[in-house]
Design a protein around this ligand. Structure first.
Ligand code: C2O
Length: 497
């Protein structure tokens, strides 16, 4: 819908489609120039036995009943995200991870799949709900996805994390997994050329890359949910199976919604509309008639033009304008913990000390960005937990993610040995020092250090980093086995620019 302030952009999009000729070749994003705007709702506001969930169940059942060769089938759509099946007809394995196409690609994916599901549901008002696990009342898997727990329920799959009594039995996401989106929200830049991802939307690349290990801050936040819902053998924790679990859609619609909420914060937060690579890169999907369609990132920046809004979207005019953001200066390593192999496992918090020299001390006072790099990460099998990371947590203090010491979460999704069919390729990367990218996670600690200094909790001589394992919150007294597998890392480096 082209409203007030947006009408100029709308005209631009329409003109572009016309001049590029894609409208006739692939079909425009919507056949109507002014699509009806439907509302995507919080799933907790919908009755589990109400008409919206019934339509969703119906639609998923229809897609699952279609032959896998049908582009509008559940199987084929899942393959578009990713698959281990090598017989790729050319449109599979497209999901964008670890780079700045992550958000727009998943917006396109959920958009086309929503259209296919709407058509299959027979309900012209159908929209995908979102799962807002930020809300404490919504930290367990929404009921329609686990009850009834059998094949009569198209939203149920048994391939979910059995830990802590089981996701399918109501094991809950910890608050530090679900309520900490404010950490990535502090970043005001959408993209960065620095591969470690201090940017809301991810790192720049010169062309799409299916799976890269360099997750940005928001994508890492989203990865925690994948890992906890999927567990060791479930669908959600592996990109090649993730989209087979219907909860994937609720998760990604929420991610899509949080992109809007990030933009709402203003303060320079904006999409990189001046980046022609980002704006003009096109991806292939299928519409509800099974016809191939193609879409550029520039076509998906205004959800209302795609015919949807969120139930908590402010009116368009309330959205702050764009301020230019300065490109980040490169980070320099200033101090590291003693290099040795450390295990992150089940045996309680792990603590490392970094001794600070003059340069590091000065940087802690003056650096524009301060960061911790956890380097040399390796493991045989990815642990299906995450670690809260704390700075200068006193040895006798209980870890609390709402305290000033909390710096964020460490999650390993995307790291580790490349899968035989995955593409942990290095193409599209333009930095010389990136040989180790698959072994590093970085956390921005600028605000944490500033706050610690303000409260006189900073120590000029040393900084300690504490890792605290977190997994699902058990149902009742259900047992938690947690990883027998350990992850190892070589050292933690303090960097500043
Ligand atoms: Cu392409 Cu959250 O997955």
């Amino acid at each position: 819908m082209c409203k007030s302030l947006r009408s100029l952009r709308c005209l631009g999009t329409v003109a572009l489609l016309a001049t590029m000729g894609h409208a006739s070749l692939y079909g425009a994003p919507d056949d109507r120039p002014h699509p009806q705007v439907r509302t995507r709702r919080d799933i907790m506001s919908l009755a589990p036995d109400g008409p919206e969930i019934a339509a969703f169940r119906r639609a998923v059942a229809v897609l699952k009943s279609r032959p896998a060769t049908d582009p509008t089938s559940w199987e084929f759509q899942g393959n578009i995200h990713a698959t281990k099946d090598p017989s790729n007809p050319g449109v599979w394995n497209q999901c964008q991870h670890g780079n700045y196409f992550f958000l727009p690609w998943h917006r396109m994916y959920t958009y086309w799949l929503e259209r296919i599901l709407r058509d299959a549901s027979g309900d012209p008002e159908f929209t995908l709900p979102y799962w807002n696990y930020v809300s404490p009342a919504a930290r367990a898997l929404p009921e329609p996805f686990r009850l009834p727990a059998d094949a009569t329920n198209p939203l149920f799959v048994s391939e979910r994390n059995p830990e802590a009594g089981g996701v399918n039995h109501g094991a809950r996401l910890p608050a530090s997994a679900a309520a900490t989106f404010w950490l990535p929200f502090r970043l005001t830049n959408f993209s960065t050329t620095v591969p470690t991802g201090f940017a809301f939307g991810g790192r720049t690349v010169d062309r799409p890359v299916h799976l890269m290990p360099t997750m940005g801050s928001f994508e890492s936040y989203h990865n925690v949910m994948h890992v906890l819902i999927g567990g060791e053998n479930g669908y959600m924790s592996d990109p090649t199976t993730a989209a087979r679990d219907p909860i994937f859609l609720m998760h990604h619609v929420n991610v899509d919604r949080l992109w809007n909420r990030w933009l709402d914060q203003g303060g320079g937060r904006a999409n990189p509309v001046d980046d022609p690579t980002w704006m003009n890169t096109r991806f292939k999907f299928f519409n509800e008639k099974g016809q191939p369609v193609e879409m550029a990132v520039r076509d998906v920046l205004e959800p209302e033009e795609l015919g949807y809004r969120y139930d908590d979207d402010p009116p368009p005019s309330a959205r702050p304008g764009r301020d230019p953001t300065a490109p980040g200066k490169p980070l320099r390593p200033l101090a590291s913990s003693k290099s040795e192999s450390l295990d992150l496992g089940t045996d309680g918090p792990v603590r490392v000390t970094i001794h600070l020299g003059d340069e590091a001390r000065a940087a802690a006072r003056a650096g524009a960005t301060l960061a911790l790099f956890i380097e040399g990460i390796h493991f045989e099998k990815e642990p299906m937990v995450y670690y809260e990371v704390y700075v200068n947590l006193p040895a006798d203090a209980a870890p609390d993610f709402q305290s000033v010491h909390y710096a964020g979460n460490l999650v390993f999704a995307g790291l580790g040995p490349p899968s035989p069919h995955g593409q942990h390729a290095s193409h599209g990367m333009s930095h010389a020092d990136e040989t180790d990218l698959g072994t590093i996670r970085a956390l921005d600690i600028t605000d944490v250090v500033r706050e610690l200094r303000a409260r006189k909790l900073w120590d000029d001589a040393r900084l300690t980093v504490t890792f605290v394992m977190q997994g699902l919150i058990p149902v009742g007294n259900a047992p938690v086995t947690r990883p027998g597998i350990k992850a190892h890392f070589a050292k933690v480096t303090f960097k500043a620019n």
